[in-house]
Design a protein around this ligand. Structure first.
Ligand SMILES: NC(=O)c1ccc[n+]([C@@H]2O[C@H](COP(=O)([O-])OP(=O)(O)OC[C@H]3O[C@@H](n4cnc5c(N)ncnc54)[C@H](O)[C@@H]3O)[C@@H](O)[C@H]2O)c1
Length: 335
């Protein structure tokens, strides 16, 4: 299915990945964004204000009536709305309600309204830590956090809707994504923006555990391109696919790369106690995406960090204020 001239619903479209996805989809489609702005930001989508083909609905995917009404006449749903991992540590109930029950609400509404294709954007957190690597789509799914478990429930609902009702559903699993609009603020901040912010302010990077834990960092333009390519691939119906760079980087290495780029290599990391439930290794298998629809992530970590730093430092942020608001957050201690 070519994603062109379609009427599309993007849940979580004001968030980091969602807003980047909306930018791509809005080039050739009509897009409705459904977002409750709990972590999404108006400024992420403000450039669409006044455009005929982008509509923003401030609403909640837990509201079944709303979900049924906004999915009427929709061709394709990209479902990204989520309560994040850090929220799950303190409030597992809301993670379940939004990530699991919210996904079921969308599946029910999509079926009722005969939506043509439903793309569930999952997370590498469903796998837990690598038992074998690279981790392909058959890797056991043993999530370590309630977040991962609730995302896995969403995957299962989406695929069950294909198996039971023949609905055209698919699961796309991005690995850690970084780039413009990534969260840097307070407790929502992700590791790359946090390290950049701390380096710019001459503060040490804070590493939980020994820093040997790895992630497969994928630049957001690649993640978005991968999601769109998967959604256009008819052979993806009922299937699951990883979208990732396929390059493993340790947190210690990541800190070194960022601090040396910013001329702060002399600043040494502060080591804190490891975080409960922290995944030790993520290294994606990327063959399925390449074989099914020819996707390969183009941006390696060095180029991606350069691009991100350029974006971050050109936003006019008050770095002094942001560093004061920075929260060093060990999931266990909440300090
Ligand atoms: N960022 C990553 O590294 C990463 C990696 C793998 C998978 N993912 C997945 O990609 C998707 C987007 O993640 P993100 O990093 O852009 O997160 P984000 O927090 O920036 O975006 C999530 C969006 O969902 C909205 N939202 C939350 N609860 C809602 C509700 N009840 N109703 C309506 N909207 C609601 C938020 O306001 C926000 O705009 C998620 O499904 C996530 O699991 C992200």
């Amino acid at each position: 299915m070519k994603i062109s001239n379609k009427k599309i619903l993007v849940t979580g479209g004001a968030g980091f990945i969602g807003s980047n996805l909306v930018d791509e989809l809005a080039k050739e489609n009509r897009v409705i964004i459904l977002d409750n702005f709990s972590s999404g930001k108006k400024e992420n989508i403000a450039h669409h204000d006044g455009k005929d083909n982008v509509r923003i609905i401030n609403g909640d995917i837990r509201d079944k009536g709303l979900v049924f009404s906004v999915t009427k006449d929709i061709d394709v749903i990209y479902h990204l709305a989520v309560q994040c991992l850090r929220v799950s540590i303190d409030d597992p109930g809301i993670n379940h309600e939004v990530n699991a029950t919210g996904t079921l609400n969308l599946c029910m509404a999509a079926r009722e309204n005969a939506v043509k294709r439903f793309i569930y954007v999952s997370s590498s957190e469903v796998y837990g830590t690598a038992i074998t690597a690279p981790m392909d789509e058959a890797h056991p799914r043993e999530p370590t956090t309630v977040y991962g478990a609730s995302k896995l429930a969403g995957e299962k609902y989406a695929l069950a809707y294909h198996r039971t009702y023949g609905m055209d559903t698919m699961v796309v699993i991005p690995f850690n994504t970084y780039g413009p609009r990534e969260h840097f603020e307070g407790a929502s901040g992700e590791v790359i923006p946090k390290f950049v912010l701390r380096a710019l302010n001459d503060a040490s990077p804070v590493i939980f555990g020994d820093g040997s834990q790895t992630r497969d960092f994928t630049y957001v333009t690649d993640t978005v391109r991968g999601i769109v390519m998967a959604s256009e691939c008819d052979a993806m119906t009922g299937q699951t696919v990883n979208i990732a760079r396929g390059e493993e980087v340790s947190i210690k290495e990541l800190a070194e790369k960022i601090y040396s780029r910013l001329g702060k290599a002399a600043i040494k990391p502060v080591i804190e106690k490891e975080r409960p439930g922290d995944v030790m290794r993520h290294f994606a298998g990327t063959k399925k995406a390449e074989e099914l629809f020819g996707f390969r992530a183009e941006v390696g970590i060095d180029e991606g960090l350069d691009r991100f730093i350029e974006w971050f430092t050109s936003q006019g942020y008050d770095m002094g204020r942001l560093i004061k608001e920075d929260i060093v957050f060990n999931w266990e201690t909440r300090k």
